[in-house]
Design a protein around this ligand. Structure first.
Ligand code: NAP
Length: 406
């Protein structure tokens, strides 16, 4: 049978334009990457085939990064790889080794900058059967939108005792009336713009509307940092009012009885309180929009609550570009053993299918994972905590998911 030739995904008027046979670049990743990618690709292909009866299919295009790229091309991150992602717009990747000693660009940083991937999106939900440290893990089902460019990711900081730090201290004290700033301090700058904050919140609200989610919570530390974190909250509410008033209502307005059914509730929580809330009243939260550092902590805390990072997917998304990825690393001690859990990459693939609008295929995989977990045919990480489970290799876990596709 002749190989299907694919075509490129496009982006017009704020929407993806997806052909029947889109070319999607993939980076298999280092360490356990090849094992989990091989398994994930089979699951994704089987789900698309099942959902669309062969009418649609992904045409995979391998691109290189990490150790494989270094061995083949002498570069950890070839320019061709960045160019291919830019050209094809949607890509998926396994974990990559971070070489010790520096001197190499991080793919994630390079992509964030090149493609302006300003939203880091992490859905966190529990799958029945997965061991979790809380009594009712099923109550947490959130999608966290974390700003990906500003705040601490802007990387503006000056070393303690350096000339620049001292200069900045002098400027702050002499020109800007800062009263207390200890001599020899390291100084970090936390930039948060209205533009950057509002486009992140807009993505979160649009997601909530499209997926019929009940609420969007703005998480911030505005009680302490009024002009950065507090402004994030204010800009978020302002945006909801100005751009999404037909579809949203604020908690303050809803409290006065103005809640209309079907509208997305916009609320805000202070970050430290939010960590308690997701533990104590998780079912009151749905979509979360937050600044960079808050989101970093909150994503991993939520993932741990439902059974850890092994099954947590992620995506970096901008306007017209999206890169989906495993959230764990390369686990080198298990490389090539067909042993580890491919769930994180598979669920990143689910996010990708949802993003490009291939929802039946995404749903088929969720059903498949639930089925495999229900049959207790799972990889070692889950088997060691699930009474009565059968430990299966990566490839057989994929087989079990495929067998249970819905
Ligand atoms: P790691 O690769 O995530 O592995 C830490 C431990 O997590 C493993 O030993 C294993 O635990 C568990 N684990 C990770 N992936 C798993 C999977 N798919 N299934 C089951 N268990 C899994 O973290 P690391 O050892 O700190 O980092 C290794 C390398 O990966 C480093 O070079 C790091 O920089 C890189 N890294 C890359 C990314 C990325 O590309 N996005 C992210 C993080 C780290 P047990 O031993 O308990 O079974």
């Amino acid at each position: 049978m002749a190989a299907v030739t694919g075509s490129k995904i496009d982006y017009q008027g704020g929407r993806w334009v997806v052909p029947e046979h889109p070319i999607i670049p993939f980076i298999e990743g280092d360490g356990i990457g090849p094992d989990i990618w091989r398994a994930s690709r089979r699951v994704l292909d089987a789900a698309v085939a099942k959902a669309f009866g062969g009418k649609r299919a992904i045409v995979w295009k391998e691109i290189l990064a990490g150790e494989k790229a270094f061995k083949t091309t002498g570069s950890w991150l070839p320019d061709d790889t960045l160019a291919a992602i830019r050209e094809h717009r949607v890509a998926i990747k396994g974990p990559l080794t971070t070489p010790v000693g520096g001197g190499m660009r991080s793919l994630n940083v390079a992509l964030r900058q090149l493609l302006d991937l300003y939203a880091c999106i992490r859905p966190v939900r529990w799958f029945a059967g997965v061991p979790a440290p809380v009594r009712e893990p099923q109550k947490l089902d959130v999608v966290i939108f974390r700003e990906n460019i500003e705040d601490v990711y802007a990387g503006i900081e000056f070393e303690a005792g350096s000339e620049k730090a001292d200069k900045l201290r002098d400027f702050l004290m002499q020109e800007l009336d800062v009263k207390t700033l200890r001599e020899g301090s390291a100084i970090g700058v936390k930039p948060m713009s209205k533009f950057g904050s509002q486009r992140l919140v807009a993505k979160a609200i649009q997601y909530a509307i499209d997926h019929r989610k009940p609420s969007v919570t703005l998480v911030h530390k505005g009680n302490i940092q009024k002009f950065t974190e507090g402004a994030f909250r204010d800009w978020g509410y302002q945006l909801a009012k100005e751009r999404f008033s037909a579809h949203t209502v604020t908690e303050a307005d809803a409290g006065t009885g103005k809640r209309e059914t079907g509208k997305v509730l916009i609320k805000d929580r202070i970050a430290d309180a939010m960590f308690q809330q997701v533990l104590l009243r998780p079912d009151e939260y749905s979509v979360i929009a937050t600044s960079n550092l808050n989101g970093d902590y909150l994503s991993d805390a939520c993932a741990a609550q439902v059974g850890g990072l092994g099954m947590a997917p992620g995506a970096n998304v901008g306007d017209g570009y999206a890169v989906f990825e495993a959230t764990h690393g390369t686990a080198p001690k298990y490389a090539g053993q067909d042993k580890v859990n491919p769930g994180s990459v598979i669920l990143s693939g689910v996010m990708m299918l949802e993003e490009i609008g291939w929802l039946p295929a995404a749903r088929a995989i969720i059903g498949g994972i639930e089925g495999a977990l229900g049959a207790k045919q799972v990889t070692y990480d889950l088997a060691r905590q699930m009474p009565g489970a059968t430990e299966v290799p990566t490839s057989m876990f994929a087989d079990a998911i495929i067998a249970h596709l819905t």
